[in-house]
Ligand binder design. Structure first.
Ligand SMILES: [Mn+2]
Length: 302
């Protein structure tokens, strides 16, 4: 496989070998259905660039995460078709080749439409996985702007496939979305219910997540815009940084997180703080999964 330099964290070849690394970062610069500000095509590259300024040592975990997981490889950035349906099919095909039980596939958006095909690819290996979504928007529309593959729709596709969805921080949805989800087993924890209280509510929310494997999707607009100020569709009243990390760590300790994505960064000149937050979030997810899996003694190939 062709080597990408610089990769996530700008790791040397030994710690970024796609054949032996316990984590594979997949850049998916999809940006075709944005409803407001575009720019998520630049998201993956901005996250990777910002990752070069992160310390390998994680002070919270007292660990060097890239060593814990046996390396973090970065997949070459694929060319994605401009048609939403073709793009979804292409992402499914790419991910289906890359999903493996002994490594974590961590995808970088790109718009949130990437998540439906990613979840489908993971379900081939873990048919009963559930999805935990951190997001400002429910993304439960049946179709939007003429396409069922719009970034307003991925969670609808996932729930229709029979997947249990736990949405957190949701504070923008329409009445049909609300009606739809009320008729399903899935749970939405709305922004006004959890923002500022997520650390205290973490165990209660996780108790409602089905036992077993979890795919974690993080739309960066789930955070308060003060935390990640460069997203396509910002909504005030979002989640704080510390409480969200506490939640993700507990989730990784209580369930087996087998796949994840971080999406919807739309980098802006002068707001590189947002890129830094997104890169650090990716690094934190890797660290939490690594520590939790090592504790359970399942998982990475190291
Ligand atoms: Mn979203």
């Amino acid at each position: 496989m062709e080597e990408i330099r610089p990769n996530f964290l700008n790791l040397e070849a030994e710690l970024s070998d796609p054949d032996s690394s316990g984590v594979l970062v997949l850049p998916l610069p999809l940006d075709i259905t944005a409803s407001w500000k575009r720019g998520t095509a630049e998201g993956p590259a901005a996250i990777i660039a910002a990752s070069h300024h992160i310390e390998f040592y994680d002070e919270e975990l007292d660990a060097v995460c890239c060593e814990l997981v046996g390396g973090i490889a970065t997949h070459p950035t694929p060319e994605l078709p401009a048609d939403p349906a073709a793009a979804a099919a292409a992402i499914f095909e790419i991910a289906a080749r890359l999903v493996r039980a002994d490594r974590l596939l961590l995808s970088l958006g790109g718009e949130h439409a990437v998540t439906a095909p990613l979840v489908r690819a993971h379900r081939a290996l873990w048919p009963s996985l559930s999805v935990v979504q951190i997001d400002a928007h429910a993304d439960l529309r049946d179709s939007y702007m003429g396409s069922p593959h719009n970034h307003a729709c991925p969670m609808r596709r996932i729930v229709e496939d029979g997947v249990f969805l736990t949405g957190i921080g949701i504070r923008s949805l329409d009445e049909p979305e609300r009606r739809f989800i009320r008729g399903e087993r899935s749970r939405l924890h709305l922004g006004h219910q959890v923002a500022g209280r997520l650390a205290d509510l973490a165990d209660e929310i996780i108790a409602g997540v089905p036992p077993g494997e979890v795919y974690l999707t993080i739309d960066l607009d789930g955070f308060d815009p003060a935390v990640v100020p460069a997203v396509g569709t910002p909504v005030p009243g979002g989640l704080g940084w510390a409480e969200t990390l506490i939640f993700i760590r507990r989730l990784c300790e209580s369930r087996t997180v087998v796949g994840a994505d971080v999406v919807e960064l739309a980098p802006r000149d002068g707001l590189h703080y947002a890129d830094a937050a997104a890169a650090r979030l990716v690094h934190k997810i890797i660290g939490y999964v690594a520590v939790a899996r090592r504790a359970e003694d399942v998982g990475f190939r190291v």
